[in-house]
Design a protein around this ligand. Structure first.
Ligand SMILES: CC(C)(COP(=O)(O)OP(=O)(O)OC[C@H]1O[C@@H](n2cnc3c(N)ncnc32)[C@H](O)[C@@H]1OP(=O)(O)O)[C@@H](O)C(=O)NCCC(=O)NCCS
Length: 172
């Protein structure tokens, strides 16, 4: 098997949009109403918004490929692009998604390693993320690889207020 990464550019907009919508929908469809899901997908992954995110110098997106197939993606933020004011010594993993059929093959861990590599290269002291309190699978994964809960914040899924747990991993 071969695994590769590629940094996304503006030319990847449509592919990124497709992978983002597919993976978000597959992950959360069973725990959210179709109406809230539709509202969220339109808001979070419309082309104008994604284009802006791809153009932000404080954000980076990466695809991960498994045997030449697009298997998932990562979005990291630093400085003012972080969704909480965590300061200049932190890097946020805002999105980490592996497509269903590629899960459980070590690719999520490789994306975390990629985020850590980027953080270390920029002299960051920790990486952090927000995860929905009901996303037991992701929380189990993050705990397994050394993240600990350091806080919580709320966000809106459509009209429904939901709680994200904030988890952090220090970098040596
Ligand atoms: C969460 C996610 C990124 C993990 O990626 P993955 O490729 O399936 O996980 P990996 O195969 O890299 O697992 C790495 C390690 O974590 C362990 N692990 C994975 N899920 C776990 C869980 N739920 N509980 C405990 N350990 C877990 C694996 O056993 C593996 O351990 P090992 O290194 O000892 O072999 C992936 O399942 C995913 O994209 N889920 C849907 C989207 C999502 O929820 N994203 C997060 C939004 S905040």
């Amino acid at each position: 098997m071969t695994v590769k990464f590629s940094k996304c550019s503006i030319g990847d907009l449509i592919k990124l949009q497709e992978v983002s919508i597919e993976t978000f929908h597959d992950t959360f469809k069973d725990q959210n109403s179709p109406e809230n899901m539709r509202t969220y997908l339109e808001k979070a992954f419309n082309t104008i918004r994604l284009k802006k995110e791809l153009s932000n110098p404080n954000s980076e997106f990466y695809f991960i490929y498994y045997n030449e197939e697009t298997a998932g993606y990562l979005k990291v933020n630093v400085n003012a692009a972080q969704s909480e004011q965590m300061g200049d010594e932190s890097l946020e993993i805002e999105r980490i998604y592996i497509r269903n059929k590629y899960q459980g093959k070590g690719l999520g861990k490789l994306l975390i390693n990629k985020a850590m590599e980027i953080a270390v290269a920029q002299n960051k002291k920790n990486i952090w993320l927000g995860v929905w309190e009901k996303n037991d699978n992701a929380i189990g994964f993050y705990k397994k690889i050394g993240f600990i809960q350091t806080g919580a914040h709320s966000f809106y899924m459509g009209v429904e207020e939901q709680i994200d747990i904030i988890m952090t991993k220090p970098l040596k």
